[in-house]
Design a binder for this molecule. Sequence first.
Ligand SMILES: NC(=O)c1ccc[n+]([C@@H]2O[C@H](COP(=O)([O-])OP(=O)(O)OC[C@H]3O[C@@H](n4cnc5c(N)ncnc54)[C@H](OP(=O)(O)O)[C@@H]3O)[C@@H](O)[C@H]2O)c1
Length: 297
Amino acid sequence: MNITILGPGAIGSLYAYKLHQAGHRVSVWGRSPQDTVVIELDGGSAIHFPNCDVTSLKASDLVIVTLKAWQVELALKPLLKHLNSDAILLFLHNGMGTVEHLATAINHHPVLLGTSTHGALRLSSSQVRHTGLGQTFIGPWNDKGSRCSFIADVLDHAFKPVAWNSEIQTALWSKLVINCAINPLTAINNCQNGGLAHKDYQQQIAMVVREATECANQVGVVLKAEEMLDTVYKVIHATAQNYSSMHQDIYNKRQSEIDYITGYVVSISKRYGIAVPTNLALYHQIKQIESSWNQHD
Ligand SMILES: NC(=O)c1ccc[n+]([C@@H]2O[C@H](COP(=O)([O-])OP(=O)(O)OC[C@H]3O[C@@H](n4cnc5c(N)ncnc54)[C@H](OP(=O)(O)O)[C@@H]3O)[C@@H](O)[C@H]2O)c1
């Protein structure tokens, strides 16, 4: 297939490399001004990818969006005019809400959403390390997308395991609830995920999960608060030594994905008139930290 990776950072480079190795014609669309982007995965041989090549973009059968959630709208909108209307769009980022913002602009494409538990780290502009084996689930956002389950097989062949999930909204909401519980708290309290096992956070985590689960239920996604709380603690223990992505972003003074994680829950709560005081407080705390950098810079 002709595949473009929009946002060849840590995760995007991983997919670009694996898809190239599987025999696909892969190009990337990044911020580098160079015509070519070089990627070396885990010390393997360097692969040269065409970068920001409109001809490759126009020929794309599949565009995989591996940007941070807050980068998606700005980066993707100007590219849409170049895409064939059959080009499949796959969004692979943390958080929710980006696709809703772009709905009218992309609904004529088959649109897929995905979630991945792989870990990747960029060591330099060309070197990427696959830091954690994981799995990827993809599924449809619109009717046209629901006819594209073959993409799961294509990706699985290149980068196992990838599975089709026709209830992808449930998988995304489930991940969102976990992220709402772990990400802001680890960022605010400057701790590893395991730090949240302390009883001091017990009540706050239970409230975050209950509020976020209620929002999921309102949009028709059936999640049970008790089961989600259990899952959150399993993740806290299983990833005890890890620093969450939001912890890393806040620690390094980079814009976090809070607007698409806790912020998404807050936006749904407003739409349906649900009280989410614990999530709202965490949302404002992260936003305040982010705005304090601008004031001092
Ligand atoms: N890394 C992981 O282990 C991991 C695991 C699971 C999920 N995720 C999720 O995957 C998503 C991507 O994460 P990541 O760690 O891969 O982030 P990342 O390394 O920052 O990758 C984002 C890439 O997009 C590029 N970019 C930004 N704005 C752009 C634009 N306007 N046009 C083209 N390219 C643009 C960035 O360029 P610059 O380098 O110039 O900023 C960067 O190369 C996030 O939602 C993250 O939460 C990551």
